[in-house]
Design a protein around this ligand. Sequence first.
Ligand code: BGC
Length: 345
Amino acid sequence: MTVRPGQKGTAGVEEVPRPDPHDGALLVRGRAIGVCGTDREIADGAYGTPPSGEEQLIIGHESLGEVLEAPVGSGFAPGDLIVGIVRRPDPVPCPACAAGEWDMCRTDGFGERGIVRLHGYGSEQWRVEPDFAVPILPRLGELGVLLEPASVLAKAWDQVDQISRRAFFQRGRALVTGAGPIGLMACLLGAQRGYEVHAVDLAQAGRKRDLAEDLGVRYHAGDAAGIDVDVDVIIECTGLGSVAHSAAQRLASGGIMCLTGIMNLDAALDLDATTMNRNMVLHNQVLFGTVNAGRRHWEQAAEALATADPGWLTGLITRRVPLASWTEALDRQPEDIKVVVDLTA
Ligand code: BGC
């Protein structure tokens, strides 16, 4: 699965050399790749960087593979299902990367497999370093491909938990904006923590609503500002300024709001910085952004998937496409939640 970053319309399938042993001691047979908004942005020429000296990038950062070769003592064996971690530390390194917290890199000198400066996992075979591989329970099978998006939400919730310890706090209500794959994962992790979870999305009915309600989530179709309760936590998963702005009006005193979506210019957003300042100061509110995930979040995500209902997780995967026609995964269809490329087909 290749693309030339910066050049729209270059996504396709190409023969590439066998993976270089320098890329990691584990040789892996690729099983599946999940496709997300970041991949669509890269395919549109709006994001992504090829490895130094190359024009082409092997895309794919939501991985699942089966170990073919593993050195003795690596902790892995042939047949193991694994997922590859996305980010690699700034080689210089930056102080956060040096401390093992590459998801908090201070310099932007990091690499991200399939996104920034490093080839991804969208190939029939790939390699990974044992330290950057996460084992998947055999019974999860294909559902392991959901680990990467789950890791991003595990980090978001982990930070909410840490921030909430600053003062008195109760796990009361949480609001998730957007019921796509990221929003539904945010709902799952919030419900697992015992929050009364609310979700807002534009869709009146359909699979997104059903999946949210299957978790016990209270689903609201329409504008976040219109929901009938105030909430202690907001996880913003749409990347739309107008949605974030509406949702913020429902944040209770002492509340914590987390931004996971990346905003583009939103003409509908009339950001009133003065009102925002008064709300945040007079109500002790916290607003923070989060990206990527550190090792412990991948492990938390693996735990969250292991305890989730496998039937519910299966419902998130709405379409599968074979490697040869993987670019069809980039076209959004109305009923899509998570679209997965089958690297074995
Ligand atoms: C990925 C993250 C990555 C971010 C920015 C997201 O789609 O899930 O791992 O850090 O894009 O590149």
